[in-house]
Design a protein around this ligand. Structure first.
Ligand SMILES: Nc1ncnc2c1ncn2[C@@H]1O[C@H](COP(=O)(O)OP(=O)(O)OP(=O)(O)O)[C@@H](O)[C@H]1O
Length: 250
């Protein structure tokens, strides 16, 4: 029984309109499954369905070999699945970062000292340990993203569901995030519009279009681009590529 997540012929409606239609999906140990597709295709709805935040009209959800039809089954298994919401503000609700990250471990029975130690370790792994005592809601967008992910990693889940993890993340933090996710021992379902990240990270991909989920190919190929770069520098610094004044004006 290696399937961690299995959806079978799932149809889900939102406000009475079908969003997912007869969707089937299996996630096995160690997989990194990318779900791609246009805005509004139902990718977030699919992740919400996996953890029981959205209930199917038809079809079945099986987690770790257990059929989940009722809240009590989902509630038992949710701690084994870390769900990174698309909007970080939906995930952060404690006054400080360390409290936010320690909340999950506390909730699954860790002592205060264990939960705090796990939280600090997860923050350190993601390169944001220095944010531990900051007010969660005053962090930048990218900082919030990394803190939310630390909160999930601290729970040591078997599965991560990641909704646009690289949103708002700069190059250096993006590298840390990719390294942390590559080191994660469990399985991952990744929803992302970041094609380079998907190509680099995913072991398998599926595409969701008009509510239907189908296998997709991952491929990467070199591009040669000609494009302008902005090189910001102080106005009085010597810059070889500074715009020249029009002829006759110098
Ligand atoms: N709370 C809600 N109530 C009603 N309809 C909703 C709700 N949230 C989303 N929808 C609708 O469900 C459909 C699928 O939305 P969903 O957020 O799952 O798409 P998505 O593929 O994740 O999109 P994006 O790439 O823009 O994040 C959309 O038509 C959306 O308008």
């Amino acid at each position: 029984m290696s399937d961690l997540v299995a959806l079978a012929d799932v149809t889900v409606s939102r406000d009475g309109t079908p969003v997912l239609r007869d969707v089937s999906l299996v996630l096995s140990a160690g997989e990194r499954l990318a779900i791609v597709g246009p805005n509004g295709a139902g990718k977030t709805t699919l992740l919400r369905t996996v953890v029981g935040l959205q209930r199917p009209d038809r079809g079945s959800v099986r987690l770790f070999g257990v059929d989940c039809a009722h809240e009590k089954q989902f509630r038992l298994l949710r701690p084994r699945i870390g769900f990174l919401f698309q909007d970080s503000d939906d995930q952060l609700f404690c006054p400080t970062v360390i409290e936010d990250v320690a909340f999950g471990p506390l909730n699954i029975g860790c002592t205060q000292a264990e939960a705090t130690a796990r939280a600090q370790r997860a923050l350190d792994e993601l390169g944001v340990g220095h944010l531990a005592n900051r007010v969660s809601h005053r962090l930048s967008g990218g900082e919030k993203r990394l803190v939310c992910l630390a909160g999930l990693v601290a729970m040591r889940p078997d599965v991560l569901l990641l909704d646009e993890p690289t949103n708002g993340i700069d190059e250096a933090n993006g590298q840390r995030l990719r390294t942390a996710l590559k080191d994660f021992a469990g399985a991952i379902i990744l929803v992302s519009h970041d094609a380079a990240f998907v190509a680099d990270f995913a072991s398998r991909a599926m595409i969701l279009e008009a509510g239907r989920l189908a296998p997709a190919q991952i491929h990467s190929h070199p591009h040669v681009h000609t494009h302008a770069h902005v090189h910001p520098h102080p106005a009085d610094a010597a810059a070889p590529d500074r715009p020249r004044p029009p002829p006759g004006r110098d």
